[in-house]
Design a protein around this ligand. Structure first.
Ligand code: FAD
Ligand code: AMP
Length: 475
């Protein structure tokens, strides 16, 4: 087997595998090194996203949402069941088979595109040389390439006083693998991952408490969307405590005690299991050796310019390991862009219009700036919003919850941010990304014909509302 390539990619997550496939499509002799193994101990491509992130979480969110609907919204449709029950083992098996199907699909795509897959831990040393290490840390191969793409991704952050025991105290990976529904579940961190995993187990009957250090709920989202989300989650029975900074954990008679300070006061709650979901950090330890010369910042992010170039010529870095949102589609887009640049082309990634989605129920999605960010920048704006309850489709679906909020520049009418909470907004937001990619105005969306009845009419009406001419609500 050749040990010299045009391109070597370290990491086969959505950043690395997409970069590798695109490089190969562009005629570059490419290898991709990855060290992920699945629950059977076999190499599994696809990184965090396919193995322990986006895909397994969405599989469980879908299963549990169906169950929740069966109990809570089917009766309104006149559909009755004698007794609903859940088999967690079958639910988990379904999740695993989805993951296996997709990860083996990447292996097939590598074969079809002539990407060489190498299993092991890749470490960049001097002169574009990468050592491949086995689990014991022994060098098994040495590879060279004209270009190196670093895509090692990220790993869960942990709290110093709260070590994982991988059974009762778990990270997101452990929380995807519970074999039975915890009675009382404490979630530390009410960010995207904490809310999604809290929702999964809450829908199955866990009594869920989320402890969030910040005083603001979902500080990244638009404040109106965040407060509607908080109201909806409270209605579902999730207990969200803000300004609750967790410090330690102790054993109690009935389970575990989480200790935290809340508005300056010491407090605690008792739970059966704990999910630590306080964010993720770059998985860069050991990926670049000191003699590679690649600069890493104090938080372990690999330093790159706007085009994902590191400070070392022909060494690139993408995805969760570099600045910008830790999202799969952002990693993939950077992977494609770097492949094009290596092959001599150009592709720009606009980090200002990366869509965000939280797959709770209702779903939350946005693209662009929040009202607070735009106002802080001193821009005059016009805002239009429209509730899903005023669309026939959401009512027919028995999901008349949430709204779309559109922010446009008051002078030019260019769209600056579109925020939504409601049914299927993970799909609806992409129309808005496209509009912003083309620097559309709210008038452009207002003049676009949207099918009736459809959820996307809420976007159309929100655009009309920017100019105070929505039809199906008073302006
Ligand atoms: P990763 O996917 O982390 O892949 C990196 C790969 O490189 C891994 O396989 C790792 O083992 C391997 N690796 C690391 N170092 C080395 C080395 N030295 N040698 C060889 N291999 C190495 N994002 C979304 O956009 N949508 C979602 O719905 C979503 N849901 C999520 C749910 C959960 C529970 C979690 C944990 C994350 C979720 N994310 C989601 C985030 C998403 O998973 C990441 O943003 C994405 O996986 C980052 O892609 P990446 O290619 O940069 O890195
Ligand atoms: P995200 O970055 O979306 O994964 O969210 C992680 C959340 O965890 C953030 O909202 C943090 O404020 C929160 N967080 C971090 N440390 C703590 C802590 N010690 N106690 C409670 N919440 C925390």
């Amino acid at each position: 087997m050749t040990d010299s390539f045009d391109v070597l990619v370290i990491g086969a997550g959505p950043g690395g595998y997409v970069a590798a496939i695109r490089c190969a499509q562009l005629g570059l002799n490419t290898a991709c090194i990855d060290n992920q193994i699945n629950h059977k101990g076999e190499p599994a491509l696809g990184g965090t996203c396919l193995n322990v992130g986006c895909i397994p979480s969405k599989a469980l969110l879908e299963s549990t949402e169906q169950y929740h609907k069966l109990i809570h919204s089917f009766p309104a449709h006149g559909i009755k069941t004698a007794e609903a029950s859940v088999d967690v083992a079958i639910m988990q098996k379904r999740k695993e088979s989805i993951v296996e199907g997709l990860t083996s699909g990447i292996a097939q795509l590598f074969k079809a595109n002539n990407v060489t897959a190498v299993h092991g831990f890749g470490r960049l040393t001097m002169d574009n040389t990468v050592n491949v290490l086995d689990e014991s840390g022994k060098i098994t191969r040495t590879l060279m390439a004209r270009h190196i793409i670093l895509a090692p991704g990220s790993m869960p952050s942990h709290l110093p006083n709260i070590p994982f025991d991988h059974e009762f105290v778990v990270d997101s990976t452990g929380a995807l693998n519970f074999e039975k529904v915890p009675g009382r579940l404490g979630v530390i961190g009410a960010g995207v991952i904490g809310l999604e995993l809290g929702s999964v187990w809450s829908r199955l009957g866990s009594e869920v408490t989320l402890l969030e250090a910040l005083d603001d709920f979902l500080a990244l989202a638009d404040h109106q969307i965040a407060s509607e989300a908080k109201r909806q989650f409270a209605k579902q029975g999730m207990n969200i405590r803000l300004g609750a900074k967790v410090s330690k954990l102790s054993k109690s008679k009935g389970g575990l005690k989480i200790h935290f300070t809340e508005k300056g006061k010491e407090s605690s709650i008792e739970v059966d299991r704990v999910i630590v979901a306080i964010g993720r950090r770059p998985a860069t330890e050991g990926v670049v050796s000191a003699d590679s010369g690649v600069s890493v910042d104090e938080r372990d992010f690999i330093l790159v310019d706007d085009e994902c170039r590191t400070n070392v010529p022909n060494v690139w870095a993408i995805g969760d390991a570099v600045r910008g949102p830790m999202l799969a589609h952002k990693s993939s887009e950077e992977g494609m862009a770097v492949a094009e640049r290596i092959a001599g082309g150009k592709l720009h990634v606009d980090l200002g219009i990366v869509p965000w989605v939280i797959y709770t129920s209702p779903e939350i999605a946005w693209v662009g700036q929040t009202e607070k960010e735009v106002k802080e920048a001193g821009t005059d704006i016009r805002v239009g919003s429209f509730p899903f309850a005023a669309t026939g489709r959401a009512r027919a679906m028995e999901e008349p919850v949430g709204f779309v909020k559109m922010i446009a520049d008051a002078g030019t009418d260019q769209l600056l941010g579109i925020h939504m909470i409601g049914p299927h907004v993970s799909e609806l937001v992409n129309e808005c990304v496209l509009a912003m990619e083309y620097q559309a105005s709210s008038e452009d969306l207002a003049r676009t014909i949207h099918a009736h009845p459809s959820l996307s009419e809420a976007i159309h009406e929100a655009a009309l509302a920017v100019d105070k001419r929505a039809i199906h609500r008073a302006n």
